[in-house]
Design a protein around this ligand. Structure first.
Ligand SMILES: C[S@@+](CC[C@H](N)C(=O)[O-])C[C@H]1O[C@@H](n2cnc3c(N)ncnc32)[C@H](O)[C@@H]1O
Length: 264
C-alpha cells in the first residue's frame, strides 16, 4: 500500500470520514475499549479545564475531522464553539450528530466517560444538548494566513487542534507557518492546545495509507515559541500495547501541549 501525498487536498480526494470513525473511535464494551491515546487526551483536557486556568467566551477547534470528543470538557467553559475542518465530509458527520440523525456516530460512551471524570454533575444527554446549543460548523485550512477564510472572526480565547498539523504540513517550515496562522486567531493571553503524534510516518483508514509529517518534540517547541506563545505544559504519552495496532498507525508517542499567547 503506497502512502498518499502529504497536504490538505488529499483529504478531499481520499478521506472516508465514516470509516475513520469506525476504525479509530468505535467502541464495544466487550471487545474494543477506548484507545489509550484518546483516554490520555480526554483526561488531559479534563484536568486542564477542571483547573479553571482557561476561561472566556469563544473557542475554535481546527481540523476537528468528524470527531466530537475534544470539546467534551471545554463545552462547559465557552458560550460559543466553532468546530472546523478542511473536508466537508467530516463536517457532515458532525452535523449528523448535532441533528441527531439516525446514522450519526454515537459519542455517548465518550460523553459518559467525561461525565464520570467530572463527578456526574450532568448526564451525557445534557452534555450533548449543551454542545448542540453552542456549536457552529465552519470550513478551515490551517495553511492559510486566515485559516477560516473567507470568514473573519474576532480573536478568540482558546484554539485547539488535534492530529491535524501532521496531516496538513509537509515539513518543519510549513508546520511553523501553519502554527503562526493558527495563533493569529487567539487573543493575547488566550490559550492554544495541540494534540498530535511524534515520530509517525503514516496512518491507515480503510485501504488508504495517509502520510503524516514526522514531528520531534524540539520541532514542536520551536514552532510554538516562534508563533509568539509560551509553553505551559508538554506531556508525552508512550504505549506499545494499544488497541489500534502499530500496523494501522506507526506513531512513536502522542503529546498534549498547552501554551498561551504572549502579550506584546
Ligand atoms: C487524522 S484526522 C484528525 C481528525 C480529528 N481531529 C481527530 O483527532 O481524530 C486529520 C484531519 O485534518 C484535516 N485537515 C487536513 N489538512 C487540513 C488543513 N489544511 N486545514 C484544516 N484541516 C485539515 C483533515 O480533513 C482531517 O479531518
Amino acid at each position: 500500500m503506497e502512502p498518499t501525498e502529504l497536504g490538505p487536498s488529499t483529504y478531499n480526494d481520499c478521506f472516508n470520514a465514516k470509516k475513520y470513525l469506525e476504525d479509530y473511535y468505535s467502541m464495544d464494551p466487550e471487545t474494543k475499549p477506548m484507545t489509550i491515546d484518546t483516554r490520555f487526551v480526554i483526561t488531559t483536557l479534563h484536568r486542564i479545564f477542571a483547573s479553571g486556568l482557561i476561561k472566556g467566551e469563544t473557542m475554535i477547534e481546527l481540523g476537528a475531522g468528524p470527531v466530537l470528543y475534544h470539546i467534551l470538557s471545554a463545552c462547559d467553559t465557552f458560550k460559543k464553539i466553532y468546530l472546523t475542518d478542511y473536508f466537508d465530509g467530516n463536517l457532515r458527520q458532525i452535523e449528523k450528530c448535532l441533528k441527531k440523525e439516525n446514522d450519526a456516530f454515537d459519542w455517548t460512551p465518550y460523553m459518559q466517560y467525561v461525565c464520570d471524570l467530572e463527578g456526574n454533575r450532568c448526564t451525557p444527554e445534557e452534555k450533548g444538548e449543551k454542545i448542540r446549543s453552542k456549536v457552529t460548523l465552519l470550513k478551515s485550512d490551517v495553511t492559510l494566513a486566515n485559516p477560516l477564510e473567507p470568514v473573519s472572526l474576532p480573536k478568540v480565547d482558546f484554539v485547539m487542534i488535534g492530529a491535524c498539523l501532521t496531516c496538513a504540513c509537509k515539513n518543519e517550515e510549513e508546520f511553523t507557518a501553519s502554527l503562526k496562522n493558527i495563533v493569529s486567531l487567539i487573543k493575547p493571553g488566550g490559550y492554544l492546545f495541540i494534540e498530535d503524534c511524534l515520530e509517525a510516518s503514516y496512518y491507515i483508514v480503510g485501504d488508504i495509507k495517509f502520510s503524516v509529517l514526522s514531528l520531534k518534540e524540539e520541532m514542536v517547541r520551536r514552532a510554538v515559541v516562534k508563533a509568539g506563545c509560551a509553553i505551559d505544559e508538554f506531556e508525552i504519552f508512550r504505549d506499545s500495547q494499544d488497541s489500534v495496532t502499530r500496523d494501522d498507525f506507526d506513531r512513536e508517542s502522542v503529546f498534549c501541549l498547552l501554551a498561551h499567547k504572549l502579550r506584546k
